[in-house]
Ligand binder design. Structure first.
Ligand SMILES: C[S@@+](CC[C@H](N)C(=O)[O-])C[C@H]1O[C@@H](n2cnc3c(N)ncnc32)[C@H](O)[C@@H]1O
Length: 256
C-alpha cells in the first residue's frame, strides 16, 4: 500500500497500538539496551525507532529505513538516522548491528530470501535478528465470531483483501516459516511466538483505514461493490463487530 496516502499514517498508528507492546516485549527480552546499535527495517511510522532510541540512549544508535520514509520524517537527529532504502536491493547500512528488526515487512518483499541475507550480514557476531510477520492464512477471519450478516460480509471483504495481496506477490503463509528460515540462515537459539487481538478499538481503526486505502482495487477487481464497502464501513465504525487481525509471528535468532 502507498505510504503517501493519509490513511497510511492512521494505519501505522493502529499497528503501533496493537503490536508495539509485543515488539518491545521481545526487544527487552533480547537485552537491547544502552549503547547498542539497531537497524529498523521497513519502519513505516515513528514509534519503533523512537522506542529503540529510548532503550539504546545517547551512546547507542538507531538506523530506520524504508522504501518510503514519508512517516518517519522529523524523527531523525540525535541517535536516529532515517534513510530511504530497499532492504532487498540496497547494500545494508554501514556498521554491524546488535539488533536488526523488521515487522510486517518481509511478507510484502518479493525477494524475501535476499532481504534476509542482507539483514543477517548486517549483524555483529552475537547480534539478534527479530522478524515479525503476519500469517493471514493461519487465521484468515476479520470476525472469528461469524455471528450474523455483518460479520459474514466482513470476512468476505477480508478474503478479497487476501486475494489482492496474493496477486501482488505476498506470501500469506510466510509467518509460520520464519523459525525454519532463520535456522536456514545460520542463526542460533531460534525461538518464536504469535499474537493477535480478538477485539480492540485499534482493530476498527486499522480496518477502516485499510479498506479506505484499497477500496478502489476491491471494486476494480470485482471483489466487492461500493455498496458492500459502505455497509461494511458503517458496521466497523458502529463498534458492533469484534474485529481481529492475522496472527503476527515473532521469531528471533542470534548470529553465532
Ligand atoms: C505493513 S507496513 C509495516 C510498517 C511497520 N514496520 C510497522 O510494523 O508498523 C510495511 C512497510 O514496509 C515497507 N517496505 C515494503 N517493501 C520494502 C522494501 N523492499 N524495503 C524496505 N521497506 C519496505 C513499506 O514501505 C511499509 O512502510
Amino acid at each position: 500500500m502507498d505510504n503517501r496516502q493519509s490513511e497510511a499514517g492512521v494505519r501505522f498508528g493502529a499497528l503501533a497500538e496493537l503490536f508495539d507492546p509485543v515488539t518491545f516485549r521481545h526487544v527487552d527480552r533480547l537485552g537491547i539496551g544502552a549503547g547498542m546499535r539497531c537497524w529498523e527495517v521497513g519502519a513505516g511510522g515513528p514509534s519503533v525507532p523512537l522506542g529503540l532510541a529510548e532503550r539504546v540512549g545517547p551512546t547507542g544508535s538507531v538506523v530506520a529505513t524504508d522504501i518510503d520514509v514519508s512517516w518517519t520524517h522529523g524523527i531523525e537527529g540525535g541517535v536516529i538516522e532515517v534513510h530511504t532504502h530497499d532492504v532487498a536491493g540496497d547494500p545494508p547500512p554501514a556498521g554491524s548491528f546488535d539488533l536488526v528488526h523488521a515487522r510486517l515487512v518481509l511478507v510484502h518483499v518479493a525477494d524475501r530470501a535476499e532481504a534476509l541475507r542482507r539483514m543477517v550480514r548486517a549483524l555483529r557476531p552475537g547480534g539478534w535478528l527479530l522478524l515479525e510477520d503476519a500469517d493471514p492464512a493461519l487465521q484468515p477471519l476479520l470476525c472469528p465470531d461469524e455471528s450474523g450478516p455483518e460479520q459474514q460480509l466482513a470476512n468476505r471483504l477480508r478474503a478479497g483483501f487476501r486475494t489482492l495481496m496474493a496477486g501482488r506477490g505476498a506470501d500469506l503463509s510466510y509467518g509460520r516459516t520464519l523459525p525454519r528460515v532463520l535456522r536456514g540462515a545460520g542463526l542460533a537459539d531460534v525461538e518464536a511466538d504469535a499474537y493477535f487481538p480478538i477485539t480492540s478499538p485499534a482493530c476498527a481503526v486499522l480496518e477502516e483505514a485499510t479498506v479506505r486505502q484499497i477500496r478502489h482495487l476491491l471494486v476494480e477487481q470485482g471483489l466487492a461493490t461500493d455498496e458492500e464497502i459502505e455497509r461494511h464501513l458503517a458496521s466497523v465504525t458502529s463498534g458492533r463487530l469484534d474485529l481481529a487481525t492475522a496472527p503476527m509471528i515473532s521469531t528471533w535468532g542470534r548470529k553465532p
